[in-house]
Design a protein around this ligand. Structure first.
Ligand SMILES: [Zn+2]
Length: 472
């Protein structure tokens, strides 16, 4: 897209900023490459065409003119509320969170919406490739190739009730039904509930549940599926490699079950083979680009991603949102125990945890002294582990504290206790039905009686004295 056109769209978009009305609940139906594709009443090629309908329940708000956004090549066919068609206005705007930078903004009158705040939005149109943003924004749909869509931030394929400058949020996606020609299979997120083939049409229903609006992706290819113990590998080439990924994943799952928490885990994990730049994961869906798929053994990154997504249920302890341990339990434990799992399962071959932790410590010390991450971006202010609140998890995870100090703490316990005691400690920790500082202190001190002062430093302060640093 030419810069002057971008500017023009931007100016169009300016001044329309109204109070946002969010969506609470969604049920979505989409069909890709339908046989009788039409736009404005005229037949069109179905090669990059989709049709969708979304039942949306909006949040309570006094916004007079709620608006929502879709990818710029889509158009609204109708909007129904209270059993009748309601009027709306639509226009193309600059929308920085679409891969083409162009969004379709649709505005309604709240007085037209039923008292239960429910709307049915019918829409259709194209998703052609665009190079307006980076090369890795390869989103598009193509009848020969597949469907590569993610939502807010990338490719809004369902109505997004959020301005492009605003934060992501969680909505409940009750179900997403997708229809496609019969050779395709599709991955959304959450659990796959039901699939049928009738004539040339494949229909599948997914139940994503509560999901960040940026995480609801939709990827369809002519996948074959390898499935075992709620692990699904959706692949297009070399079944041998799918088997390798399955073996790695199910061994890891057994290890977590034996060493961390013996729970019946019925949540599904979906691993999908995607094109170049496809190493993207969201929720329980892990994307693996074809080159990683083909060389899985040598690619640490995908193994770490699988190990991390898989570990969550095995490190959970019931904690409420306002509990001081919430951030530690929800993202702190997973951020370390997937490394623990990797080192056990690979017997330190190809993954040396000691070396990994030395690098972690080095980068932690550097971040503390500069206040910046590796790229020179400012980090959030340093807080003690137990001071990180539930709404700050996103700010600290993968960046600071939850991904370094927490890891160093749990590794310190491991090296101080030794293998056997650490195993027993983990067994106690992950079978707790509640946790607080005193409970943690008690179970740690069963194995290291004089650890009280160290525990206090780790969890309640931001100090990092020599006494708790790694020993060479
Ligand atoms: Zn996580």
């Amino acid at each position: 897209m030419k810069p002057f056109l971008l500017l023009g769209l931007f100016l169009l978009g300016a001044g329309t900023c109204s109070l946002a009305q969010k969506a609470n609940n969604y049920s979505i139906q989409v069909q890709f490459f339908p046989e009788k594709a039409q736009m404005w009443g005229y037949p069109v090629s179905n090669n990059s065409f989709m049709r969708g309908s979304a039942k949306v329940q909006l949040s309570d708000s006094n916004t007079e003119k709620p608006s929502f956004y879709l990818h710029g090549e889509l158009k609204i066919d109708s909007i129904v509320s209270n059993g009748k068609n309601i009027t709306f206005s639509e226009k193309k705007v600059f929308y920085g969170k679409d891969y083409s930078h162009v969004g379709l903004e649709t505005t309604l009158q709240s007085s037209d919406i039923t008292s239960d705040n429910t709307l049915d939005i019918y829409y259709s149109g194209f998703f052609n490739p665009s190079r307006a943003r980076s090369l890795s924004d390869y989103f598009y749909i193509d009848k020969k190739d597949g469907v590569y869509l993610r939502s807010y931030y990338y490719s809004p394929w369902f109505p997004i009730f959020e301005n492009a400058t605003k934060e992501d949020y969680v909505a409940n996606f009750k179900k997403v039904t997708v229809k496609l020609p019969k050779d395709f299979r599709v991955v959304v997120s959450g659990n796959l509930i039901e699939e049928t083939i009738s004539g040339n049409l494949y229909t599948v229903t997914w139940k994503p549940g509560p999901t960040h609006i940026s995480s609801l992706q939709c990827a369809a290819r002519t996948f074959k599926v390898l499935k075992d113990d709620n692990i699904f590998i959706h692949y297009v080439s070399a079944p041998k490699n799918a088997k390798k990924i399955m073996d790695f994943t199910s061994n890891l799952k057994k290890l977590y079950f034996n060493k961390l928490k013996s729970i019946q885990n019925t949540s599904q994990l979906h691993i999908i083979e995607l094109p170049e730049y496809g190493n993207i994961s969201s929720q329980n869906v892990i994307g693996i680009s074809t080159d990683v798929y083909e060389n899985f053994e040598d690619k640490l990154y995908s193994k770490l991603t699988i190990a991390h997504e898989l570990v969550h249920p095995y490190t959970s302890i019931p904690v409420t949102k306002n509990h001081p341990f919430y951030a530690l339990v929800i993202e702190g434990f997973p951020s370390f125990f997937h490394l623990y799992g990797m080192s056990k399962i690979l017997n330190d071959q190809g993954f040396d945890i000691k070396e990994y932790m030395q690098r972690t410590e080095k980068s932690y010390l550097k971040k503390r002294s500069t206040g910046e991450d590796r790229r020179g971006n400012p980090l959030p202010i340093e807080k003690s582990i137990l001071e990180i609140r539930h709404n700050e998890i996103g700010k600290y995870k993968d960046l600071f504290i939850l991904s370094d100090r927490v890891r160093l703490f749990l590794y310190h316990l491991w090296t101080t206790m030794g293998e056997d005691s650490y195993d027993q400690f983990l067994n106690k920790l992950f079978n707790l039905d509640t946790i607080d500082y005193d409970i943690m202190k008690k179970i740690v001190e069963e194995f290291i009686p004089d650890y009280g002062n160290n525990l206090n430093i780790w969890l309640n302060t931001i100090d990092y004295p020599k006494s708790i640093q790694l020993k060479n």
